[in-house]
Unconditional design. Structure first.
Length: 114
């Protein structure tokens, strides 16, 4: 079974779509809430945020079988200090090789003039 892509699954629920008679307070109080609740109650939105932030294993597709949290990806990220050190070493080696080539070129020019 192949899942539909994200763009194919996104839709606005008519219960919150104000252009189709929906009410925005339903995002806070629940899509099936019969009446509007207290304005300052964010418990439903907090639970929704926690549910969307939780790591989960995809049902199908070309993904690995392990759930991956953002922190795990950051821990295995690029070490910029080490990469910069490597870049400086490569730059020094390139400059040294360029100088050797210039010296050999000058020697050949000298030999050709003799």
């Amino acid at each position: 079974m192949t899942e539909a892509g994200l763009a194919g699954r996104i839709a606005v629920n008519t219960a919150v779509d104000t252009e189709n008679g929906g009410e925005l307070w339903r995002l806070r109080d629940g899509l099936l809430a019969p009446v509007e609740g207290p304005v300052g109650n964010a418990a439903g939105l907090t639970a929704l945020h926690e549910a969307l932030s939780a790591a989960r294993v995809p049902a199908s597709g070309g993904y690995s079988g392990a759930a991956r949290a953002a922190q795990a990806l950051l821990e295995n990220g690029v070490d910029t200090d080490q990469e910069l050190q490597k870049l400086l070493l490569i730059e020094q080696a390139y400059a040294a090789n360029a100088r050797v080539i210039q010296t050999v070129d000058a020697l050949f020019d000298t030999l050709m003039r003799i």
